[in-house]
Design a protein around this ligand. Structure first.
Ligand SMILES: Nc1nc2c(c(=O)[nH]1)N[C@H]1C(S)=C(S)[C@@H](COP(=O)(O)O)O[C@H]1N2
Ligand SMILES: [Mo]
Length: 336
């Protein structure tokens, strides 16, 4: 097997050899599989896939939700995209809030269990008719929950396919009633260094910020994930609320959201603030525009281990290319 390197959001010194990561993941997958077989056993409580006993998620009764038939499969353009098993996606994560700086940056699921999920509020403010505050359980009850299988492409060239549960972001935009002067949504993640060890790293510009145009947020593909695999989201995957924007590189899909601000100024995202040249505002998946340090032409599926070509807009061009038809004003920033 060719030696592959995932050089991504992390400094060169912390780059982990892909083969080691994948092998470690397989070993972990076998472990959690064993745990699931021992009902009530000690290993089950430590499983990254299931919530710990006595800490059942209060939204658990909402799942599973109905499948939206338009997104019942992620297969596209003659390629198959099998759903990545939860035992893999639950232990291979990017969530810098929980990365201590030691070991691999992907192994954060244990640290993420420290995040309290209740009370949890989502604030909507800025250029809206009236600012809103939602208690998370009221929001979940008010929104039309559905399941969608989406492809996910990380800027680091790994990919997965995931059955999210949640609601279209457009439904929330409608509720927020933005003023016509609002052009962007600025998304803000929780800030709690007491539980999030990565947030004690002051060289990072916490909290995690992301942004979309109002037009992007109103596109049917833009999704607010509240669950996955027919259950509430596990903490390491962004509970209780994260974005799923499958046509953009994964860093746009911010986890642990607490605030959405409507604004007329283009938000500066967390990664953009750290490195503007490498992680721009648009970040639409494009195999033809290499990252400054590596090619984006292909990707490795973290479930199958196989490599396949990356598609423009991650295979979602039909749904979203129209958002970017004004190419003269956006230029190649579209993909950075
Ligand atoms: N708050 C927050 N959200 C985040 C990140 C992060 O570090 N912090 N990482 C992003 C990146 S780079 C990716 S690829 C996805 C990973 O989602 P997953 O761990 O559920 O696969 O989350 C995104 N959302
Ligand atoms: Mo990513």
């Amino acid at each position: 097997m060719k030696r592959l390197r995932f050089k991504g959001l992390i400094p060169e010194a912390q780059v982990t050899d892909a083969k080691i990561v994948l092998n470690r993941r397989r070993a972990l997958g076998a472990l959690t599989g064993l745990g699931a077989g021992l009902a009530g056993g000690g290993l089950l409580a430590a499983s990254p896939v299931k919530a710990k006993e006595g800490q059942a998620d209060p939204s658990a009764h909402l799942y599973p939700v109905r499948v939206n038939p338009a997104y019942a499969s992620a297969d596209v353009a003659g390629q198959t995209y099998p759903v990545t098993p939860s035992r893999i996606t639950a232990v291979y994560n990017n969530y810098y809030e929980f990365f201590s700086g030691f070991g691999t940056s992907k192994s954060i699921w244990k640290q993420a269990q420290a995040l309290p999920l209740r009370p949890w509020r989502l604030e909507i403010d800025g250029m809206v008719e009236k600012p809103l505050t939602f208690e998370i359980d009221d929001l979940l009850a008010a929104m039309p929950l559905e399941e969608r299988i989406y492809r996910h492409r990380c800027v680091e060239t790994w990919a997965m396919t995931v059955p999210w549960s949640g609601f279209p972001l457009a439904a929330l935009v409608k509720r927020a009633a933005p003023l016509s002067s609002a052009k962007y949504l600025r998304f803000e993640t929780f800030n709690n260094p007491e539980v999030a060890i990565g947030q004690r790293e002051t060289r990072y510009p916490w909290p995690y910020i992301e942004g979309l145009t109002v037009a992007e947020a109103s596109n049917d593909l833009a999704f607010m994930a509240t669950g996955v695999y027919g259950q509430p989201l596990p903490k390491q995957m962004g509970a209780p609320l994260r974005l799923a924007l499958p046509w953009k590189y994964g860093f746009k899909s911010a986890k642990g959201l607490v605030r959405i601000t409507f604004t007329d100024k283009q938000p500066v995202s967390f990664w953009e603030q750290l490195n503007r040249r490498e992680y721009g505002f648009w970040a639409n998946v494009n195999p033809e525009i290499p990252h400054p340090r590596w090619s984006q032409a292909s990707e490795q599926d973290i479930g199958t281990g196989e490599r396949r070509p990356t598609l423009p807009y991650n295979g979602y061009a039909e749904q979203v290319a129209g958002l970017y038809s004004d190419k003269t004003s956006l230029g190649d920033r579209l993909f950075r």
